[in-house]
Write a protein that binds this ligand. Structure first.
Ligand code: MN
Length: 324
């Protein structure tokens, strides 16, 4: 009898979680959520001298089987170090740390300490801006963010040391180009994903107790737009609907893990992809008032050496063409 109940509950949970979101989606709620994130965006200037690098969806984990970031950590470190040396400002568009699969940030910190210390170097020069996504949504609470990111425990000296003290995690950023009326909205993108924005605690519960264990036997979370193409297309469609209803407002998002770079005559929806592609990381560079989609990956040479290189996938294209 007990086993039966357990199976029933499991079936119910699975069915509910993969049920079409639209059934219980209040009309226009998603559009309202995106509008709200537009209104409360933190403003950053954009001019000929600005250099921004945008990455998202690193999903840094604890170096266990479920840590999707591990395979690209060296590529990512090299790329970010390169941008640091060249004077770029780093904007991370959410899902930087994987706090659904892991409850303990300390373990993530020690697994990728070199990278976190590099983020600290950006922060000390006021060149780091962070958004929260769905997998790190708890960071929208300033208290939680400061608990996790103000200091870290240094094992050698057995003392607390400063980490990203004073950093604030935002929902959205508005890049305001000098001399132009329109601007660029940066969001994680789960604002267009009701299940992962409003019901994120429920999604997190499922990831912890259902999808993560099922990952071992190859079953993927069907509610994640990063792992399910139908969900992905729905998120993109809702973002584009909002762009159209809001005077062609340019958006750069992450969340879906699908890089997007429109032509100037198309709807200005950009996506920086993710840092957990099988063999590469993708991101968006903004420099000299131009935008490019880039990827960093490894090539191997005939003599057996390997090298991390950057390939420009799209652009550079003038930003003004998207802000008409
Ligand atoms: Mn996400």
């Amino acid at each position: 009898m007990q086993k039966n109940n357990y199976e029933k509950t499991l079936k119910f949970v699975v069915l509910l979680s993969i049920k079409n979101q639209n059934y219980f989606l209040p009309k226009n709620m998603v559009q309202q959520i995106i509008s709200n994130s537009f209104k409360k965006a933190k403003k950053l200037p954009l001019n000929k001298q600005s250099k921004y690098i945008l990455f998202s969806d690193c999903h840094r984990g604890d170096n266990s089987f479920a840590d999707d970031f591990v395979k690209n950590r060296n590529i990512y470190y090299h790329a970010l170090r390169n941008y640091f040396e060249k004077g770029y400002t780093y904007i991370e568009l959410g899902d930087g740390v994987e706090l659904w699969e892991n409850r303990n940030f300390n373990e993530i910190f020690y697994a990728h300490k070199d990278i976190f210390m590099l983020l600290r170097e950006f922060h000390l020069e006021n060149r780091l801006h962070m958004l929260w996504g769905n997998h790190d949504m708890i960071l929208n609470n300033p208290k939680t963010a400061s608990n996790l990111f103000d200091t870290y425990f240094d094992k050698i000296s057995a003392t607390e040391k400063d980490f990203l003290k004073g950093i604030s995690f935002e929902e959205s950023i508005l890049l305001e180009p000098e001399g132009l009326d329109k601007n660029i909205l940066l969001i994680h993108g789960h604002q267009a994903d009701f299940f992962n924005y409003v019901l994120w605690k429920w999604s997190r519960f499922l990831v912890r107790f259902l999808w993560k264990p099922l990952q071992i036997i190859g079953i993927k979370d069907p509610t994640s737009p990063a792992k399910n193409f139908i969900e992905l297309i729905k998120v993109e469609r809702r973002l584009k609907k909002w762009i159209l209803a809001n005077n062609n407002q340019m958006i750069i998002a992450g969340h879906t893990h699908r890089p997007r770079f429109p032509n100037p005559n198309e709807l200005p929806y950009f996506n920086d992809g993710s840092c957990i592609h099988p063999r590469s990381i993708t991101g968006i560079e903004i420099e000299n008032m131009q935008i490019s989609l880039i990827k960093w990956h490894i090539i191997s040479h005939n003599d057996g050496t390997m090298q991390i290189v950057k390939t420009i996938l799209e652009g550079p294209q003038s930003i003004a063409l998207y802000l008409k």
